[in-house]
Structures are given as structure tokens and as C-alpha cells.
Design a binder for this molecule. Structure first.
Ligand SMILES: Nc1nc2c(ncn2[C@@H]2O[C@H](COP(=O)(O)OP(=O)(O)O)[C@@H](O)[C@H]2O)c(=O)[nH]1
Ligand SMILES: [Mg+2]
Length: 698
């Protein structure tokens, strides 16, 4: 295996909305560069980068993966990433270790919601970007319309460096605007092409587009601007150099044209990656050095070694597979490195380069390159491995909090322990899921970014770890509260020969604003309840309120003031006052007008504008309140507030209503009272569940 130095590497994350063709494009690139003999197809499940069984079955990328090609003596590492909202955190992780992004856009659909989100993430990292307008062979494909949506929604400075030869069914090649060379591809998906003259009917368009490109490049650099004014144009060398530096600076975003499925344009995309995207050395990583000061580590082999872990795979056979970028120095197989993030050391086995799932072991991986290693002891995603004498830590990645929880139960009883060990390994692989136990119901909860995310996780659990679970309908975290103030009395008295029990308290309950949870006020004067027993009263009330009153959900947003009571010199004890507190709480609830609260989500729906009316009608039917509507190109964005309980089936609905062209994002907003006619249902369901549990316990 050849070792590449940092100037001859490009690390490119292929990102964009789902189905824009990233995986298919990676397959074309691997075929054109001679890495694979057979041109893989997403639709046949034969691509290098969608190798996971779940990905093959669903024909969708669910996890980022790595492949590489050699092109013009340069090693291009490409990271194929998911474009589905539920899995976007994995694409964001890829953007953190890449030096550039290829933003892939469908020439029919244009910019879509995840394209926009990923663009924003790339912006934050100041990541240089190429735009790939793919699927130009499809009916209704249009570079012009796509460019318009790119410029409107993403950035004014998206600039074509190619024009397509033919569109829709007749798309057959590209004209390079820098060199004015035209390339026409064989119609056999082989990726072979021949240089031809610019078609006569395109010369005017090519000249105009080239002129526009030159002006944009000149505008991006003062020195070039002067040259442009003097000479009226730029030389080819000036154009190439200017385009490269403006792209690396993030002021220009060159656009190329492809059909991944027909294998058209991929070689020219690779040329553009080598010519215009940065090498690792162009993008130092900022971190914290050994004495706590901030340091920048460039991709230099002479610096102390440091590697950043951007992804972990939980493999049932190989164990943990840790994917990293060597930021500086060189990482060697069979060496020991420090894990500064965990304050420990790791012994490395054989280092690997990955071609999808296929590893090649190598003795070392140098600065700027991406690699992997198996069976590390403690190292997890976001950790930094490095030189023991001169360690550094790079900032950890952030992962989104889960928005949805499902209860899971093992199909066979003996699997409880296995679920927990396997789930912890899947959590290491995917920090956007969370596995926990509901403290109230003791149910096992699996939380994630959406229904699909949960389903895929459960499928992984089964396939990789042999644990089969039932998914119960997601639990809505209802709350209870009160609507009226009242006073109440609780007295616990028990006389059985010998020691009796006596506790007695009077309380006042009052509603508080949403989000204030619970307050307890001790307002006892004159010792009607001895000091030491007041906490027992509070404990009794706390216990009672977490068990709820109407349907067993914790009661929130109210204040309890204990203001009077009485005691018995001999019989009073803590337990008696605790029981008195809980009796007073129950008494209060008979007059405090208890009610149920439900979580309301902030929802944004993105879909082609034709669907806007239907989608709004549907959201209304889900008790949603429409907050606004925005048009971005041909996409409409609907903002609404909708109860969580109504959104559980939204994913399927949106997919079927829009033929897969809509997508949505939601996050928790606030709690609101459940309309009274729906409360009865919740109460009945809770009752049924309680009796169910009791029956099981018999
Ligand atoms: N017609 C056409 N279909 C494409 C093209 N690129 C990808 N596809 C198809 O679009 C679907 C999604 O492609 P895929 O690569 O999985 O998209 P990804 O989600 O961005 O990775 C698959 O059915 C591909 O065969 C293209 O250039 N032209
Ligand atoms: Mg994909």
C-alpha cells in the first residue's frame, strides 16, 4: 500500500439530501478509478459504501462510510454519508473530519431541507465546498432551475465550472469552462469518454458562462481584479489558481454536473476535487495543548502524533472499530498512544484503511489521512489519541438529544442482560440514541431521532447481536397539574396495642406557571407540627405527586404550603407524618381540579409547494396550530405546533402523501393542557396498563 503525504490527499465528505445520489456517485467514482471491476448499483445493493445489511435492504445510507481512490497521484478519501434527517448526525460527524464537502443536489428536486441543514453545518466549520448537480439524466432535470434554487437558498456564489451537454434523456457529457474542453461519454455506463469540440449550439452559452466564472474569480481577489481590468480577462493559470484559492477560502463554490447512474461526469468531478479542494495541510485543527492553551495542529508528519476519533462501529465479531483522522504526525501499528480525553493509554493493533467494509492493514497512517483500528479498550467517538509526551485534545462533537422514546421488551425473557450490553455498544456507535429505564414504569426505553431511527436500531440489535425485541407504542411523557387552589387536611391515626401512629397536617395547594415544576413551603408557626416532622410531610407529598392522581403521571407546576397540623407526644413519628402528607395531597386533589398536560412539538415540514395545502389540512387534523409558511424556491416550509401524541404516525403519512418528497424536523416546545374529551382516554389507558401489570404479577 502506497503511503501518501499530506499534500497529495483530499478528504471529501459527500453530503446532501437523501436520494440525491451520493452513494451512487461514490460507486461511479470507485469504478472509474479502477478500485472495483464492477460498477455497483444502489438499486441492486452492490455499492461499496452502503454495505450494511440494513442499508442494502432499505436502499438508503444509514451510516457514514469510507472509501478511497487514487486519482492524478492524489489519494482521495471519500466519506459517503446519510441524507435522511434521522441519521444526519453521522453526516455532521463526517463534516468535522473532512477538509471539504461535495454537496450533492438532485437536478430535479433542487435544494431540499437536509441540503440546507448540511450547508449550514459546513458553514459553521468554514468548510470549502463543491456543488455536484446530479441526476441530470432524469426527466425534468434542469441545471438552470437547480442553480437558481442553490443561489437563492444556499449561496449567491455557487458558480458552474461546467455546463452539461444535453439534458434529461440526452445528457451525455460536460464542457469544462476553464479549459473549454468538451467530453462526451459512452452510453454504456463504463465511464469512458472522448474529448470533442464544444458543440456548435453551445458555444455562445459556454462563452457567457466562462465569462461569468472569470468575473466571479476576479472579484474574489484584489490582485486578480486588477489583472482583469488591465487585460480584460484572466489567463488559464490565473483562473485555476484564483478558483482554487477562492474555493479554499469558502468565497466561491464551484459547481459540476453528473449522472451517477449513467456514470457521466465522475472523472471530471475527481479532476475538480484534486484541482480546487484543499489538501489536509491547508486546514489545521484547533485543539487544547498540554498546558491548557489552544494549539493548532497542521497535517505535518514532523509534529507529534494526534488522531481524532470521529466514528465507532460496534461489530459483534471484530469488536469495536474506531475510525479516525490522523491530524498530525504519523500513527503506527502496534504502538501505544495516549488517550487524553480518557486520561489513559491505548495499545493499537494493526491500523487499517477502509474500502467500505473491506480493510487493508498498513504499518502506519500519516498526517492528513483517514484510517481505522479494531479492538481499542476505552476509546470512543470524539476522543483524541496522541503523543504521550505532547498530548492534545480536539473539541468533542455534539450529538442531538433524542426526540422520541419507545418502550422495548425482549421477546424471550432471558435476553434482558443481553439487551443492555448490546444496547450500550450500539450507543457507542450512535451517540444520537439513548437507552434507559423509565423510573416510574421500569420499562426499557429506546430513544432516538425518529421512528425510522428507532426501527433501524432495533433491526441492528437483532441482526448483529441476536436480540429480538418488541417495540411498544411510544410513551408520551404526559404530566398532571392542578387548575384551582384549595386547602386540604390529612390525618393518619392508628391505635393498636402498644405504640400507636399519629400524624396530622393541613396544606394549601396553588397552581404555578408552566415549567415551574414543584415548590414546597413550610409555613408552620408555633410548633403545631414539630420541626423534625415537616420534611416527612414534604416527602409524603413528593411521593404522592410523582405517582400522579388522574393517570399516574407526575404532577407539576404547583405549590404546596403546609400551614397547620397537630401531633402526639408518644405516637407521632416520621412515617405517620409522611402518610398524613400523602393523605392531605389526595384530599386536595378532589377540589384542586387536576388535569393532564401533554408535550407539544415545534414542527417544520418541507415539501414541494404543490403539497402545501394538503399538508396544512393534515396538520390541522392533528390538532396542530400553523405558525407560518415560507417558500424557498419550489419548496414550502410549514411551521406548526403540534401535540407529540399526534406526530407519532407523521413520518409514514408524510412519505405517502408526498411520494417521499417531503421531510420534517421536530423538537420539543412546551407542555399544554390536553382537551378534556381526550383526557378520559388517557386515564382509561393508564388504568388498563395498571391492571395489566397487577395481573402479570399474580
Ligand atoms: N436517474 C438517475 N438516478 C440516480 C442518479 N444517481 C442516483 N440515482 C438513483 O437515485 C436513488 C438514490 O441514489 P443514492 O445514491 O442512494 O442516493 P443518496 O441517498 O444520496 O446516497 C437510487 O435509486 C439511484 O439509482 C442519477 O444520476 N440519475
Ligand atoms: Mg446514500
Amino acid at each position: 500500500m502506497k503511503v501518501y503525504d499530506a499534500a497529495s490527499i483530499r478528504n471529501v465528505a459527500f453530503v446532501g439530501h437523501s436520494s440525491s445520489g451520493k452513494t451512487q456517485l461514490a460507486a461511479a467514482i470507485l469504478a472509474d478509478a479502477g478500485v472495483v471491476n464492477r460498477f455497483g448499483k444502489v438499486d441492486d445493493g452492490t455499492t461499496v459504501t452502503d454495505f450494511d445489511e440494513e442499508e442494502v435492504a432499505r436502499k438508503h445510507t444509514l451510516s457514514s462510510s469510507l472509501a478511497f481512490v487514487e486519482w492524478q497521484k492524489t489519494k482521495i478519501n471519500l466519506i459517503d454519508t446519510p441524507g435522511i434527517g434521522n441519521f444526519l448526525s453521522d453526516a455532521c460527524a463526517a463534516l468535522q473530519v473532512a477538509d471539504a464537502a461535495a454537496v450533492v443536489v438532485d437536478a430535479v428536486a433542487g435544494v431540499m431541507v437536509q441540503t440546507e441543514k448540511l450547508w449550514a453545518v459546513a458553514n459553521e466549520a468554514n468548510l470549502p465546498r463543491l456543488v455536484v448537480v446530479n441526476r441530470l439524466d432524469r426527466e425534468r432535470a434542469s441545471l438552470e432551475r437547480t442553480l437558481q434554487s442553490l443561489r437563492e437558498v444556499l449561496h449567491r456564489a455557487v458558480i458552474p465550472i461546467q455546463l452539461p451537454i444535453g439534458e434529461e434523456k440526452s445528457f451525455k457529457g460536460v464542457v469544462d469552462l476553464v479549459t473549454k474542453k468538451a467530453f462526451v461519454f459512452q452510453p454504456d455506463e463504463s465511464g469512458t469518454f472522448a474529448p470533442v469540440d464544444v458543440p456548435a449550439d453551445m458555444t455562445a452559452a459556454v462563452d457567457a458562462a466562462r465569462e461569468a466564472l472569470i468575473e466571479m474569480v476576479a472579484e474574489a481577489d484584489e490582485r486578480l481584479m486588477e489583472r482583469f481590468f488591465e487585460a480584460g480577462t484572466l489567463t488559464d493559470d490565473e483562473l485555476v489558481a484564483g478558483l482554487r484559492s477562492a474555493t479554499i477560502a469558502g468565497t466561491l463554490f464551484p459547481l459540476v454536473c453528473t449522472s451517477a447512474l449513467l456514470n457521466i461526469g465522475a472523472p471530471q468531478l475527481l479532476d475538480a476535487i484534486v484541482a480546487y479542494l484543499p489538501a489536509p495541510a491547508d486546514r489545521p485543527f484547533k485543539g487544547i495543548g498540554k498546558d491548557g492553551t489552544s494549539v493548532a495542529r497542521a497535517a505535518s508528519e514532523k509534529d507529534p502524533v494526534a488522531a481524532f476519533v470521529w466514528k465507532t462501529i460496534a461489530d459483534p465479531f471484530a469488536g469495536r472499530i474506531t475510525m479516525f483522522r490522523v491530524v498530525s504526525g504519523a500513527l503506527k501499528s502496534d504502538s501505544t498512544v495516549a488517550n487524553k480525553s480518557k486520561e489513559g493509554v491505548e495499545r493499537l493493533g494493526s491500523l487499517m484503511l477502509l474500502q467500505g467494509k473491506t480493510p487493508t492493514t498498513v504499518p502506519e497512517i500519516k498526517a492528513g489521512d483517514l484510517g481505522a483500528v479494531a479492538k481499542l479498550k476505552d476509546t470512543l467517538t470524539s476522543d483524541t489519541l496522541g503523543d504521550k509526551a505532547d498530548p492534545v485534545t480536539f473539541p468533542a462533537m455534539t450529538f442531538p438529544e433524542p426526540v422520541l422514546s419507545y418502550a422495548i421488551e425482549p421477546k424471550s425473557r432471558g435476553d434482558e442482560d443481553k439487551i443492555s450490553t448490546s444496547m450500550h455498544r450500539l450507543e457507542e456507535e450512535d451517540p444520537a440514541i439513548k437507552y434507559s429505564r423509565d423510573p416510574q414504569t421500569m420499562e426499557l426505553l429506546l430513544s432516538g431521532q425518529g421512528q425510522l431511527h428507532i426501527e433501524v436500531t432495533v433491526a441492528k440489535l437483532k441482526r448483529r447481536f441476536g436480540v429480538d425485541v418488541n417495540l411498544k407504542p411510544p410513551r408520551i411523557p404526559y404530566r398532571e397539574t392542578i387548575k384551582a387552589s384549595t386547602e386540604a387536611h390529612g390525618r393518619h391515626k392508628k391505635q393498636t396495642g402498644g405504640h400507636g401512629q399519629f400524624g396530622d397536617c393541613k396544606i394549601r395547594v396553588e397552581p404555578l406557571p408552566r415549567g415551574t415544576d414543584f415548590e414546597f413551603v413550610d409555613d408552620i408557626f408555633g410548633g403545631s407540627i414539630p420541626r423534625q416532622f415537616v420534611p416527612a410531610v414534604e416527602k409524603g407529598i413528593q411521593d404522592a405527586r410523582t405517582r400522579g392522581y388522574l393517570a399516574g403521571y407526575p404532577m407539576v407546576d404547583f405549590r404546596v404550603t403546609v400551614f397547620d397540623g397537630s401531633y402526639h407526644d408518644v405516637d407521632s413519628n416520621e412515617l405517620s407524618f409522611k402518610l398524613a402528607g400523602s393523605l392531605a395531597f389526595k384530599d386536595a386533589m378532589t377540589r384542586a381540579r387536576p388535569t393532564i398536560l401533554e408535550p407539544v412539538m415545534h414542527v417544520e415540514v418541507y415539501a414541494p409547494s404543490d403539497f402545501a395545502g394538503d399538508l396544512m389540512g393534515d396538520l390541522n387534523g392533528r390538532r396542530g396550530r400553523i405558525g407560518g409558511m415560507d417558500t424557498r424556491g419550489s419548496t414550502t416550509v410549514i411551521k406548526a405546533q403540534v401535540p407529540m401524541s399526534e406526530m407519532l404516525t407523521y413520518e409514514q403519512h408524510l412519505t405517502s402523501a408526498t411520494g417521499g418528497r417531503g421531510s420534517y424536523h421536530m423538537e420539543y416546545s412546551h407542555y399544554e393542557e390536553v382537551p378534556s374529551h381526550l383526557q378520559a382516554k388517557i386515564i382509561a389507558a393508564a388504568k388498563a396498563e395498571r391492571t395489566g401489570v397487577e395481573v402479570e404479577e399474580v
